[in-house]
Design a protein around this ligand. Structure first.
Ligand code: C2E
Ligand code: CA
Ligand code: CA
Ligand code: CA
Length: 278
């Protein structure tokens, strides 16, 4: 009936209105979060599959929302990108990760590295100040090789000269570069030739069904072979089972990251993990 239709419509517009309101509130909360430092970095170890040693850790941001508790980055990073807040958030992430790299290198020695995700919006922003970051590392007394960055393929496909310059500056400073979520979304590989990349991270969607899907296994193996021919190392993301680990070793994958080894951990817990595996 007409009334039912109208009710449905008003229900529809009302729920649209509600979700728009929720979104606006979340954006507002995000501004407050930036001002009041409601963020925390978690760390997930990356394991050398052959030696089982921890080679590095990925820094993953968490938002401790005063009412909603932990909000997933999958939810708030897109909002941060839309509003431009990602630049300030990403700046905090880099500095916090650098401080932890310093702390843990002093405590446990050696070649340990922390990798930081950089959103394409942040990378392309004029406000991303690499000179300042490098000065910050110097002040802290942490060498550049203890940090690496993770970027996505999309950034490199139609890279502007600004993006190209920034990438060169990171590499020249000794900060390694990883391609995140490799294999999804784009099939152009020519950028691997143009840019100096250190790691490919095979997206977890390839790893999830490694045991049952012959195509995923074949693609993962092809990625490893190609990467090695190009002088790159490979990190498999989302390794959850022993069987996946066995297959990854079989195809010669260098490193793995996933719940099989450890979930992302808050700094204190991660430090315990490092201590246990030192
Ligand atoms: P990502 O960079 O691909 O990070 C890997 C995601 O996989 C993380 O989700 C991690 O917790 C999850 N993960 C790790 N091991 C496993 C596993 O064995 N199984 C499964 N199912 N998942 C696993 P998280 O922490 O929720 O982060 C989601 C995304 O948010 C990240 O994907 C990244 O794109 C973004 N993100 C996180 N932290 C930052 C940050 O500091 N800056 C920026 N720009 N983006 C970030
Ligand atoms: Ca990543
Ligand atoms: Ca990834
Ligand atoms: Ca991802």
């Amino acid at each position: 009936s007409k009334t039912a239709g109208r009710n449905r419509l008003s229900y529809f517009t009302r729920s649209l209105h509600d979700s728009a309101q929720r979104r606006l509130k979340l954006i507002n909360d995000l501004r407050v979060a930036v001002q009041h430092q409601q963020f925390e970095l978690y760390f997930q170890p990356v394991i050398n599959l052959a030696t089982r040693q921890i080679t590095k850790a990925e820094a993953l941001i968490r938002w401790n929302h005063p009412e909603r508790g932990m909000v997933s980055p999958a939810e708030f990073i897109p909002l941060a990108e839309e509003t431009g807040l990602i630049v300030e958030i990403g700046d905090w992430v880099f500095r916090e990760a650098a401080a932890k790299a310093k702390q843990w290198c002093d405590l446990f020695n050696t070649g340990f590295q922390i990798s930081v995700n950089i959103s394409p919006v942040q990378f392309q922003s004029d406000a991303l100040d690499i000179t300042e970051w490098l000065a910050y590392l110097k002040d802290l007394g942490v060498e550049e090789q203890h940090l690496s960055i993770e970027i996505t393929e999309g950034l490199l496909l139609n890279a502007s000269t600004d993006v190209t310059d920034k990438l060169l500056r990171f590499r020249d400073a000794g900060i390694q570069v990883a391609i995140d979520d490799f294999g999804v979304g784009y099939s152009a590989l020519s950028y691997l030739k143009r840019f100096d990349i250190d790691y490919l991270k095979i997206d977890q969607s390839f790893i999830r069904n490694l045991e049952t899907d012959q195509n995923d296994l074949a693609l993962s193996e092809a990625i490893v072979i190609m990467a090695h021919k190009l002088g790159l190392k490979v990190i498999a993301e989302g390794v959850e089972t022993e069987e996946q680990l066995r297959l990854l070793l079989e195809i010669g994958c260098d490193n793995g990251q996933g719940y099989l080894f450890s979930r992302p951990l808050p700094a204190a817990k991660f430090e315990d993990f490092l201590r246990k595996h030192d």
